[in-house]
Design a protein around this ligand. Sequence first.
Ligand code: ADP
Ligand code: SF4
Length: 688
Amino acid sequence: MSRDPQYDILFEPVAIGPVTARNRFYQVPHCNGMGTHYPSAMAAMRGVKAEGGWAVVSTEECDFHHTGDITPAIEARLWTRQDIPIMARMVESVKRHGALAACELVYGGMAGHNRLSREVAMAPVAIPLQDGDPGQARAMDRSDIARFRHWHRQAVLRAREAGFDIVYVYAGHNLCLLQHFLSRRYNTRTDEYGGSIENRVRLIREVLEDTKEAVGDTMGVALRLAVDELEGDEGITSDGDGRAAVELLADLPDLWDVNLSEWENDSQTARFAEEGFQEDHTSWVKQVTGKPVVTVGRYTSVDRMASLVRRGHTDFIGAARPSIADPFLPKKIEEGRIDDIRECIGCNICVSADFMSMPMRCTQNPTTGEEWRRGWHPEEAGPRGSDSSVLVVGGGPAGLEAARTLGQRGYKVTLAEAGDELGGHLRTLTRLPGLSSWMRVRDWRVGQLHKLANVDIYPGSELSGDDIRGFGFDHVAIATGSLWRRDGVGRSHRQPIDGAGTARVLSPDDVMAGVDLDDPVIIFDDDHYFMASVLAEVAVSQGRRTILVTPSADVAPWTHVTMEQGRIQARLLSLGVELVPGHDLAAIGSGTVDVACVYTGRRRQLERGSVVLVTMRDSRDELMIALADAPREGVVRSVTAIGDCLAPGLLASAVYSGHRYARELDTDVPVDSPPFRREVVELSGDWP
Ligand code: ADP
Ligand code: SF4
């Protein structure tokens, strides 16, 4: 197949100063939790994107001086020449596939904290450190500014030595000193670096000039700028200081990479923002500069990408998340395989890994982060290890991914699903407000399965243990999922809550199945991810007074790591949901519930209609129990629980579990040591 001519525009080369990108697909800098801790993993992950057709592949934040240290974030680093080999490995991995490698230098300033170096952080003015750290950054004087410029210049030269084609000057996401100088929120200086926009942009200009002078015509110089902080006139806005900054610096950088600040505004989830939601803030940039522009928007619609370029909105289709979900997105467009694109669902599980300082994972792409340590390629799964037949029971995310990957490996696969429709829990989950894009997890897999002649799919087939014993398959994967408990057992309660078995006490599955809710609805969240908050939205949409009780201090606390918590709490408050944080659900009566303060134990009563208990799920492991002896009896060779049937968890975990099962079938997997390569720190220096 060849590409549709209407997408030819996406494959035009574009010059970025002295270097040329082979097409318009640009992987903008994104964190990945690998960086200097897992450098081979990081390099391989980037290399796969270059192989998948991205024209530019960028690093994550690369902190370049110990006084701007962003520990514990696991990022790239260029403090000294000692760091060059790690970055050079990434560059080599990217260039091997014909892409340009870009390095995003960052100096954290008051966002950096210097937790590793223990240096005192610096900022335009004396100011408390970000994120509630108990400490302050000190104001930079002119000699500090001169030193900062020198450090940046030295780092640029190190980036060049590592082989990068493009180097970034970074002033975005509220994560770096240069943005703090630009933003009137932080920069209240009274010298030539504060006050007017010309003064506040001065340091960015100087650093850009230093950088251009240092690299000459050997590298492209990009400026990554937050053109709107979504703080109104208090901060940078796209019709105020953001626009003025672009006008003042118009043709100085070789490339403008423009976006929103903070990161949680720029990388909003699908629950809160549609594809291309940043466009209103960035569409004007190309009119102000003659230099190429890259913008992001969680783009997966190819028509929209082509239209953005045609309409003069952008020169490059910038992507972080879509390039994680499908590293081969450009190549698939080029080869006319649009249906094969695995679209990002906008869930921010990738982002969560960065907040937890661990290697990135992705709901849609189970191979991300595993390219080097497990040798998993996103497009290839290796040949089958035998002529065995495999039965996969359950057509949810785990079963679909297992069947797809086994089919890709060439196994004879049968997928049986009890329901008439595939998708497992996504069939009901994706009807909840803001979660429809999660159906992409099912849709992509079903589309791929239909292309595999060696996979037979049987919907409407609820199988029993006896059925399976009678079939004669070699291997059986049980992907029968899980059900939410209705008795309150979970984190806070190891025994059922008093009164849980009574009328109008429901589980999330009941609500998703469409049960009518009675006023007032009490939702007890002991789960801490998104579910309770979404069910609260459902209750409000039914016109019910809604009360959310949670032992946590804030609602949906795990969503801090998906950068959704603030928006969730704001949405619930604006919908009029009554929040009862710091409380456990102690007992359920016929017309009231008792809630107890988790600190003092003090109880109070709330009137209740329906009570929805969001606590934990039980695996549907009946088939595992029924078939426990089947391998020993020689009826099958193996029976394996995967996905939520093994242990309920994230959607990403279910997909990964299915993928892993399929990858590892008929391979020797060590059990006494990690089943992946490790990157172990080499001891260096004198000791003791
Ligand atoms: P996961 O997230 O692990 O993929 P899901 O709960 O999404 O799990 O999907 C499990 C699927 O298994 C559901 O679609 C359910 O209908 C199906 N299922 C459960 N029990 C059986 C069974 N005995 N036979 C066939 N399909 C089953
Ligand atoms: Fe997209 Fe979710 Fe994957 Fe991140 S984890 S790239 S948001 S699908």
